[in-house]
Design a protein around this ligand. Structure first.
Ligand code: BDP
Length: 604
């Protein structure tokens, strides 16, 4: 189930707030079973938040291994006769949950929710000790990958292969949920539009618990924004049709909701209910274009990060809504969830407000050629039994499954990005990625797929692009190449884009481009790092296959603090880390608002 909301038949208690906190004494969890004792309250950490920047101790900021979060929880008496579920929004990168001394669930992957049924362990009215152990280690088997270096004195250091800080902890809400025993476990909707755009169809499939399946009836009703039921049906699956449909449009969202109810036979009172927002729209790749509702769509916006001062990657509704306001102010119609899936609240908001989302897995940093290429050094193969191996791929498949399972119903999501900048010019990348593309299409045949391509895998060198629908390019002409030479950059970029266009005939999205800018630094002329050093967009306008531009990045963000090419983070943000616009914001804003006006006029 994508989420476990409260409703007439379900209750949810938030466990967010201040938890007792401790670093594990040993890398081996069983050497320090902290869940068997009550942690002292001398050290406490907020949930949700990364723990790294909360404390003053470098030891905590740079900690590699397990930490413990602990609090006490009382189970309401009124929840007897129901299931009690613990739901953890995200434990980055691995979480283990303990109820008193009992282990209840483990989850690998730092950006997905997981849950455990604790009904048989705790009695209603009982107070229990809830401990969540969180591990932030990245290895060649994890997604994203990393390596741990152990110094002679035993100090452990996490090497990451991606350009953002390895924020760790409980990044999203922790909830205690009360769910009817007889319940709905999943709802899937797929929409289409027929009859020249006049009729919408909503294919739905409801899954229920075993008990429910044998004895119960499922009733569904599709309700419009005014609260009127526009279609109804009985049965766990079927197709609803909506005449005079109101489409979900970028910038003009319309949301129906599917109200699913479960009735025990012959009893007129629902045993469970669940509501899913439904945006009726289509997405298709048509030649060199991406169509939303049969019309070419041009993406304007950013690659982002969940990254904020102090709270790191901890979800924060105020920052989220403010970021959305800034996106709107900029004239941005879309963004990419680089480089991992975001809190579901991001997608709910995008659904509601008509923002288009490119949704990415956490597979970033699968490229040993990047820094090696930079220094002209030889490197190990990226895809091999010693590096990204079959085990890594299995974990990558798991991450992809979880992402599509969680986000499949969101109309805002128009494309899945399977990895960011993998070493796709290496021969063995094909063996690694082909099964992932097959799986993505099997799990969701309705959305195009892509991966963000890195420069070394140019149009002639890339080994996997034919497996994807859209060419997503991350290019730094004028920054990492043609540094300080904007006219050389313009020519180089145009030549490369024309080559991609001629060789593949697929839509191209510029999923990254940009330059570091130190806010407040100005000069006369085009000098890198100043606010005056800005690229033009002329090339994109000259190439018909370019269907989108996502600047890297929306805001400055924190990077590993020992990465010598960064000073207190990556400064490619169009906004500073505290969300103040840099000079480029005005130029971009003008371009995107003009584009929006032009497109509005042509679609009228
Ligand atoms: C790209 C990565 C992105 C980096 C960016 C940069 O996709 O994560 O932050 O370059 O170097 O390679 O700024």
């Amino acid at each position: 189930m994508a989420d476990l909301p409260a409703n007439a038949l379900r209750e949810v208690v938030s466990l967010d707030g201040i938890w007792n906190f401790a670093l594990a004494a040993s890398p081996n969890l069983n050497d320090d079973p902290a869940w068997t004792r009550t942690l002292p309250s001398t050290l406490q950490a907020p949930v949700p938040a990364s723990y790294n920047d909360i404390f003053t101790e470098r030891e905590i900021q740079k900690h590699v291994g397990w930490v413990f979060y602990q609090r006490s929880v009382t189970l309401p008496f009124s929840w007897r006769d129901n299931l009690v579920i613990i739901r953890v929004g995200a434990a980055t990168h691995r979480g283990r949950v303990y109820v008193n001394d009992t282990f209840v669930v483990e989850h690998h992957g730092g950006y997905m929710p997981f849950e455990a049924d604790i009904t048989s362990i705790i009695q209603p009215g009982e107070t229990f000790r809830l401990t969540i152990a969180v591990n932030n280690e990245l290895t060649w088997e994890t997604v994203p990958p990393g390596e741990i270096e152990v110094a002679a004195d035993g100090t452990r250091k996490q090497i990451v292969r991606h350009d953002f800080f390895n924020y760790s902890g409980l990044h999203r809400s922790v909830q205690l949920c009360c769910v009817p025993k007889n319940h709905i476990t999943d709802v899937r909707v797929v929409t289409d539009v027929i009859n020249s755009g006049k009729t919408g169809t909503v294919e739905y499939q409801v899954t229920t618990t075993q008990l429910a399946r044998s004895n119960n009836r499922v009733k569904v009703a599709l309700v419009d924004e005014a609260g009127s039921t526009v279609a109804e049906a009985m049965g766990a699956q079927g197709t609803l049709t909506v005449d005079s449909v109101q489409l979900w449009q970028p910038g003009a969202a319309y949301l129906y909701h599917l109200h699913v109810r479960l009735f025990p036979s012959a009893v007129p009172i629902a045993a469970d209910e669940y509501k899913v927002n439904v945006g009726i729209r289509t997405v298709k790749v048509v030649g060199r274009q991406i169509h939303i509702n049969e019309k070419p769509f041009y993406f304007t916006g950013f690659g982002k990060h969940e990254d904020y001062p102090v709270r790191g990657k901890g979800h924060d509704a105020a920052f989220m809504v403010h970021d959305y306001q800034l996106l709107k102010w900029m004239g941005a119609n879309s963004f990419r969830t680089s480089h991992y899936p975001y809190d579901e609240a991001w997608l709910d908001y995008a659904d509601r407000h008509g923002v288009v989302v490119i949704n990415e897995t956490p597979a970033v940093g699968m490229n040993l050629a990047i820094m090696a290429g930079w220094h002209g050094k030889a490197h190990k193969p990226t895809f091999s039994p010693d590096t990204c191996s079959d085990v890594t791929r299995k974990n990558h498949e798991h991450a992809l499954r979880e992402l599509i399972q969680r986000d499949k119903n969101h109309p805002c999501v128009v494309m899945w990005v399977i990895a960011n900048e993998p070493s796709s010019h290496e021969e063995t990348s094909r063996q690694y990625f082909e099964p992932l593309t097959v799986l993505a299409r099997e799990l969701d045949p309705t959305r195009p797929i892509g991966y963000a391509n890195e420069k070394q895998a140019g149009p002639k060198e890339d080994k996997i692009i034919d497996l994807f629908d859209v060419i997503c390019l991350n290019r730094y002409y004028g920054w990492y190449i043609f540094t300080g030479d904007l006219s050389g950059a313009e020519k180089g970029l145009e030549a490369e884009l024309r080559e991609w266009e001629a060789m593949y005939g697929k839509p191209i999205i510029m999923t990254e481009y940009g330059a570091d800018t130190l806010a407040g630094l100005h000069t006369v002329g085009d000098v890198p790092w100043t606010e005056d050093y800005q690229m033009t967009h002329r090339v994109f306008d000259r190439i018909g296959s370019v269907v989108g531009e996502h600047v890297w990045n929306f805001a400055d963000f924190q990077t590993p603090t020992d990465f010598i090419l960064r000073i207190d983070g990556n400064k490619k943000g169009v906004f500073t880390r505290d969300r103040k616009p840099k000079a480029a914001a005005r130029t971009l804003r003008k371009r995107w608002l003009d584009l929006q006006n032009r497109l509005d006029r042509t679609s009228r």
